[in-house]
Design a protein around this ligand. Structure first.
Ligand SMILES: Nc1ncnc2c1ncn2[C@@H]1O[C@H](COP(=O)(O)OP(=O)(O)OP(=O)(O)O)[C@@H](O)[C@H]1O
Ligand SMILES: [Mg+2]
Length: 245
């Protein structure tokens, strides 16, 4: 395939073939668990790539001829408890190399730094890496010059494409939850109920903040890790942190 003439980023359905990147560790662990008759509970928020990963593993397993045993040998695995696997972001540097590899410009410094910047902005979230690639490809094709495309333009295009989805997501939250979500998205990893945090984000008392955070976590808006909370969806978070209202 001529990489230069078709936008081959895939933003709908599961990612496969050329589009699939990273997840080597997870693929190996899933295949190992399956070979040992061990169930795996695969957990991740929306659009982190659970279905894509399982499809990839099923395809590899069937090529290796062990699919029947993995999925149909009732004697082996049913009564074992599952090993939990949390699917996270892909490493940012791998996401950047992947983006660059989809263009015919591997030796172009401007393209390379743009891809690295976009990978950073998506935090390696697989869906947004695809979407950023898709938008980058369209903008580059229209401009015909890497120097005329910026990461900011790519993000504005992403916001345009995702606006309805983002608005629908936010509409599920109460005004107080929206306010707490904005505080977390713009200022991640902080002690939420500390006086400084409450004051600087004009938040209500700490018991309402605690209640709002519990709801945000239960509904998948925020994740806990690295000493605090952060937005599970990095792009929804950035959009909401900069949105008016
Ligand atoms: N390993 C990957 N490589 C490249 N792109 C990926 C990968 N995993 C996911 N994606 C991208 O993310 C999108 C969502 O992936 P997928 O449908 O597998 O996620 P999911 O976790 O099953 O989502 P949902 O919770 O909505 O079912 C895909 O359409 C694809 O664009
Ligand atoms: Mg899925």
């Amino acid at each position: 395939m001529d990489k230069g003439s078709v936008n081959s980023f895939k933003v709908k359905g599961v990612a496969k073939d050329l589009c699939f990147f990273n997840r080597k560790k997870e693929i190996k662990a899933l295949l190992d668990h399956a070979a040992g008759g061990q169930h795996t509970l695969l957990l991740a928020p929306r659009r982190f790539g659970k279905s894509s990963l399982l499809r990839k593993v099923a395809a590899l397993a069937s090529r290796q001829g062990c699919i029947k045993e993995m999925f149909y040998d009732k004697k082996r695995a049913f009564y074992q408890s599952a090993i939990r696997m949390d699917l996270g972001f892909a490493p940012v540097d791998e996401a950047g190399s992947y983006l660059l590899s989809m263009f015919d410009t591997e030796d172009n410094k401007v393209a390379a730094s743009l891809c690295a910047e976009l990978a950073q902005m998506t935090k390696g979230h697989p869906y947004y890496v695809q979407l950023a690639g898709y938008c980058l490809w369209e903008l580059y094709r229209a401009a015909g010059d890497w120097k005329k495309v910026s990461a900011q333009d790519v993000f504005l295009m992403i916001y345009d494409l995702e606006r309805t989805t983002f608005e629908n997501s936010i509409s599920l939250l109460t005004p107080q939850q929206r306010q707490v979500y904005r505080a977390i998205a713009s200022d991640p990893g902080k002690q939420l109920t500390s006086r400084g945090f409450l004051v600087s984000h004009a938040l209500p008392g700490h018991s309402s903040v605690r209640k709002a955070v519990a709801k945000l976590e239960a509904s998948g808006f925020v994740l806990k890790g690295g000493g605090g909370y952060y937005s599970a969806d990095p792009v929804l978070g950035t959009w909401w942190a900069s949105a008016v209202g």
